[in-house]
Design a protein around this ligand. Structure first.
Ligand SMILES: [Zn+2]
Length: 94
């Protein structure tokens, strides 16, 4: 019997680019002012190959706020969760 590879390593985050299954190395932090409050950060993950493509996509729209390595992002104290700090507004913003 041959067991198909059903589970790639669950610990490594995957690139957010469409169709890409490469391990993510970069975190792109962005914010859409029409949808999000100014201190909100959405994140995309990117491999080496797609970092530039994804950051340009966000950059031309003026959404891109930050590009850091995954290791650096996870080391940030404020990275975990989306708690912005002041005003515990976790309510819906759609
Ligand atoms: Zn990729």
């Amino acid at each position: 019997m041959i067991t198909p590879e059903s589970s790639p390593s669950p610990t490594s985050p995957i690139c957010s680019a469409k169709g890409c299954r490469a391990a993510a190395v970069w975190v792109l932090a962005w914010n859409n002012p029409k949808l999000h409050t100014p201190d909100r950060r959405k994140t995309w993950l990117a491999c080496e190959e797609h970092r530039e493509h994804l950051s340009q996509f966000l950059g031309v729209r003026g959404f891109l706020k930050d590009v850091v390595t995954l290791a650096e992002w996870e080391a940030r104290p404020e990275a975990s969760g989306e708690s912005g700090g002041s005003g515990e507004s976790s309510a819906a913003d759609r």
